[in-house]
Design a protein around this ligand. Structure first.
Ligand SMILES: [Zn+2]
Ligand SMILES: [Zn+2]
Ligand SMILES: [Zn+2]
Length: 324
């Protein structure tokens, strides 16, 4: 059966081709890893730390000559205020999906502290936070595609994907008096798309996943930002993130993926979002429909993805907590 599914917030469409589910997805070749020292390695002096913050000065987007910029209705410019910081995991050969939980937890704490300090600056913008694995800017760029790192890029706008979800929150609060992600949690907990549950977080494949094996990790209580969570919650996040990414690699292979943090913008109580992580394994090609129409085609139903990832992630979790 082929169905057209709408996402939780009501405006994104995915053609879910469940007849093809179960057939092997098109897998990109395994990620190859550079064995030579990269630009990040060269900048890391203190090998004793779990991660190091690197300021990507070459990627600063700023202008001190605003009068040169064009600005009319169709060609508008904002004055960018961006900073681009890299939280680089010290060892080039580590992978997030195979790290010890304790180490990943320390790295997430450094990421939180760094994003906090960027967001607390006046006019600091939105701190877009993400992790790319096996994709990136190539070895000739300032960031290695192969050296594991999280990135924070401050933007003078609220990114459209975040704004889209904030609008859905406003509508749901107005119409129903409840946060849409809290509704999603009650819908997905214990259901056919659940992948893993820990003390504070739920991992599940979203109803209208735009990528094969896409999954989200959501705090079980209503929280607005990763920047606000406690050390205990960070440890639990490291546990579920490590288990699910490890499960993805175990079940599907050493494939490229991205993980993005969907946080509320800092300092504006009116723009609120129940924060979560979205992980997109990069195993399918985006073509005309996706690129040109923003309609997505997914041949792996989230129900099948959850079954596959659930089994593999539970094994990872069991091994991590010593129940084998
Ligand atoms: Zn390196
Ligand atoms: Zn909520
Ligand atoms: Zn989201």
């Amino acid at each position: 059966m082929t169905e057209l599914r709408k996402d939780y917030f009501g405006e994104k469409f995915v053609i879910m081709n469940s007849e093809r589910s179960g057939r092997p997805v098109e897998i990109k070749p395994p990620v190859t890893r550079s064995s030579t020292r990269c630009a990040l390695c060269a900048g890391i002096k203190d090998k004793g730390k779990p991660a190091v913050v690197v300021d990507q000065k070459s990627r600063l987007i700023s202008s001190d000559r605003p009068s040169d910029l064009k600005d009319d209705e169709m060609l508008s410019h904002l004055i960018p205020v961006g900073r681009h910081l890299i939280v680089a995991i010290t060892n080039h050969d580590d992978k997030v999906q195979t790290l010890k939980v304790q180490k990943l937890s320390q790295i997430l704490s450094i990421l939180q502290e760094t994003a906090r300090s960027l967001s607390s600056r006046k006019g600091g913008g939105y701190a877009a936070t993400f992790l790319n694995y096996g994709v990136g800017y190539g070895d000739d760029g300032a960031i290695s595609s192969f050296h594991p790192n999280f990135e924070i890029l401050t933007l003078p706008i609220i990114p459209p994907a975040i704004e889209y979800e904030i609008k859905a929150v406003e509508k749901s609060m107005y119409d129903l008096g409840i946060c849409p992600i809290c509704r999603v949690l009650s819908l997905e907990t214990g259901g056919p798309r659940q992948i893993l549950s820990t003390t504070h977080f739920l991992a599940f494949a979203p109803w209208a996943a735009t990528h094969p094996f896409e999954f989200w990790i959501t705090p079980k209580t209503h929280q607005t930002s990763f920047l606000e969570i406690s050390d205990k919650e960070i440890y639990d996040l490291a546990l579920i993130l490590r288990s699910t990414l490890g499960g993805l690699t175990r079940a599907v292979g050493d494939i490229p993926f991205t993980v993005v943090f969907h946080n509320s913008p800092q300092g504006d109580k009116d723009l609120e979002l129940h924060w979560h992580l979205e992980a997109y394994p990069l195993v399918s090609i985006r073509a005309g429909l996706e690129e040109g129409m923003s309609v997505f085609l997914n041949d792996t139903t989230p129900e099948l993805a959850a079954e596959t990832l659930g089994r593999a992630s539970r094994k990872e979790l069991a091994a991590l907590v010593g129940v084998v």
